[in-house]
Structure formats: structure tokens, C-alpha cells
Ligand binder design. Structure first.
Ligand code: SAM
Length: 292
């Protein structure tokens, strides 16, 4: 069994839950940390729907035996169709990967645990990281490293990758990490040189940025007037999408502004960062649906 320390649990749920008897949607169930706390805070009339695209979370969702709770296995870009005609008092996103994915070497997400490369959050997706990095063109790989990983050495790393795979398929997380590592000393205290390329491949394989945009747009119709949208993001690209969306923009295009920004961004406390290092890059933003 894996465990995942839920990030900014009080900060996020204090912003999300203004009505104890309300209906809520957790779009990123993971190991259920936030969902379980939402259920604790709800009274008997409240309800919680939760989704996740990772089948591995099913056994954790099935453990919650509570008539107010319903889990569905789905991508969050589909919430519009999944919850047609339903209205929520709050919709919550805790973006990124869970410990269930990162800590399990067989899911192939992490350079800290050697395993067969994979990185699919939804194991039914056709293309894994292993398939892609062994087939994609050098230029495409360099672009993904640059645009999705913000990696300054994108071209060099793409070139090395293509050279190495000529002799042998790149199959493990260790072999991929070595592309960025080559010849360098790496102190554990520093950011690992493969961090950006792992993140870039993960975002690409899971189509993460498109998923977020679609889900944010769909969430508007699913919110009651004055319903809350609460999003925790973990890197600048995710956060930029959320920030712009709250200002009424998607990809620099103005959309109808249906949300009011609530408060300033919230970051984890120093105490939380010490206990849970994974929280350190988290940014919480809150919007409220304007009266329609
Ligand atoms: C950071 S974890 C959530 C952790 C959770 N809040 C907890 O406390 O246990 C993010 C989860 O969102 C899921 N996820 C990411 N993108 C998704 C998408 N497009 N559709 C559905 N679930 C997604 C991942 O599979 C992962 O389980």
C-alpha cells in the first residue's frame, strides 16, 4: 500500500467548502487524501463525486464505504459529459502525479526508482514513454524537452538520446536519466539534471495541459452560482493556465469571464514543506462562479 500526504489540505478545503450540505467534485482522487477530508467536513446531506484516470486508485476508492461518496474512473476532460445536468458547490483539482504513481518503480515515472519506462497515468492509453522516446524524431523530442520541460539543453539531450537508442532501446528510467546526467557530478541537494526532461515526457504522454484546459472550461457549467473552483498546481505551465483562466483567458484568447478571483495565491507553509517536500512547488488558486 502507498500513501500520499495531501497538499495544503486545510487551505484548499477551507476555500472549497462553504456549504457543509453541498455537492462537491474531486477531479483528482489519487489516494483519496482530499476526498476523505471533504467527507469528514460534510454533513449527512452533503455528497462527493470523485474521479481519476488511474485504475490503480480503484482499490483505494473502494475502501471508502460511504453513501455520500461515488467514484468514477475517468479523465477530467470528460466531466462535462459525465456530470451532465449536475451542479456542484465546489470543484477541486490537485494536479500532477500521486505518490502511488511516483513511488511505484513499475509505473516508470521516476528517476529515483529504476523501472521500465512508462509514465502513463491512465494505463489504457496506447503510447507509453518507452514507445515514444524510442520512435520520435530528434526535433520533436527537442521541442517537447524545450516547450514542456523548459529545458535549456533540450537539443543536446535530444541528440544524445537519439545516438544512444541507435545501439539499444532506452527501456528504463535509469537509462533515460543518464541522457541528462552524462559525465556530471550530481549532489543530492541539487535539482536532478533529468528533472525537466522527465516532467516534459510525462506532460506529453498524458496530454496534461490539454486535459487541464478542457476540464477548467467544462467546470464553469458544472458550478452553482457562487460555487468554488479550487486548483493546486505544481509547475509554472500548469499554474499559468489556471491563472489565465481565472482572468477569463485560454491560450491568450478572451473567454466569457464567469469567475471572480478569490484572495491571493496560497503556498504551503514552511512546516508543511519540511514534512512533505513534494508540496514545495505547490500553488493554490481559487475562483468563484459569478451569478449567472
Ligand atoms: C496529486 S494526485 C492527487 C492526490 C490526492 N489529492 C490525494 O490527496 O491523495 C493527482 C491525481 O490526479 C490524477 N489525474 C491527473 N490527470 C488526470 C486527468 N486528466 N484525469 C483524471 N485524473 C487525473 C492522477 O492520476 C493522480 O492520481
Amino acid at each position: 500500500m502507498f500513501s500520499h500526504a495531501p497538499v495544503m489540505i486545510n487551505e484548499s478545503l477551507d476555500s472549497l467548502m462553504l456549504n457543509k450540505s453541498g455537492a462537491y467534485l474531486d477531479c483528482t482522487f489519487g489516494l483519496g487524501g482530499h476526498s476523505k477530508e471533504i467527507l469528514k467536513r460534510l454533513d449527512s446531506r452533503g455528497s462527493l463525486s470523485a474521479i481519476d484516470q488511474d485504475q490503480a486508485v480503484l482499490k483505494y476508492a473502494n475502501k471508502i464505504q460511504d453513501p455520500r461518496f461515488k467514484f468514477q474512473y475517468s479523465k477530467f476532460s470528460k466531466i462535462g459529459e459525465l456530470f451532465l445536468n449536475k451542479k456542484f458547490d465546489g470543484i477541486f483539482f490537485d494536479l500532477g502525479v500521486s505518490s502511488l504513481q511516483l513511488d511505484d518503480a513499475s509505473r516508470g515515472f521516476s528517476f529515483q526508482r529504476n523501472g521500465k519506462l512508462d509514465m502513463r497515468m491512465d494505463q489504457t492509453n496506447k503510447i507509453s514513454a518507452l514507445d515514444w522516446i524510442n520512435k520520435a524524431k530528434e526535433q520533436e523530442i527537442a521541442d517537447i524537452f524545450y516547450y514542456l520541460g523548459e529545458e535549456r539543453k533540450s537539443r543536446l539531450f535530444a541528440k544524445r538520446l537519439v545516438e544512444r537508442r541507435k545501439n539499444k532501446l532506452i527501456e528504463s528510467t535509469e537509462e533515460l536519466a543518464a541522457i541528462a546526467f552524462a559525465g556530471k557530478k550530481y549532489a543530492n541537494s541539487k535539482k536532478h539534471p533529468a528533472t525537466n526532461i522527465f516532467r516534459a515526457i510525462r506532460i506529453f504522454i498524458n496530454n496534461e495541459l490539454e486535459e487541464i484546459k478542457k476540464a477548467l472550461i467544462a467546470s464553469i457549467d458544472l458550478l452553482q452560482d457562487k460555487g468554488r473552483l479550487v486548483v493546486i498546481s505544481f509547475h509554472s505551465m500548469e499554474d499559468r493556465i489556471v491563472k489565465n483562466f481565472l482572468k477569463g483567458k485560454i491560450e491568450n484568447k478572451e473567454i466569457e469571464n464567469s469567475l471572480k478571483i478569490i484572495g491571493k495565491i496560497i503556498k504551503p507553509s514552511q512546516e508543511e514543506i519540511i514534512i512533505n517536500a513534494r508540496s514545495r512547488s505547490a500553488i493554490l488558486r481559487v475562483g468563484e462562479k459569478l451569478n449567472g
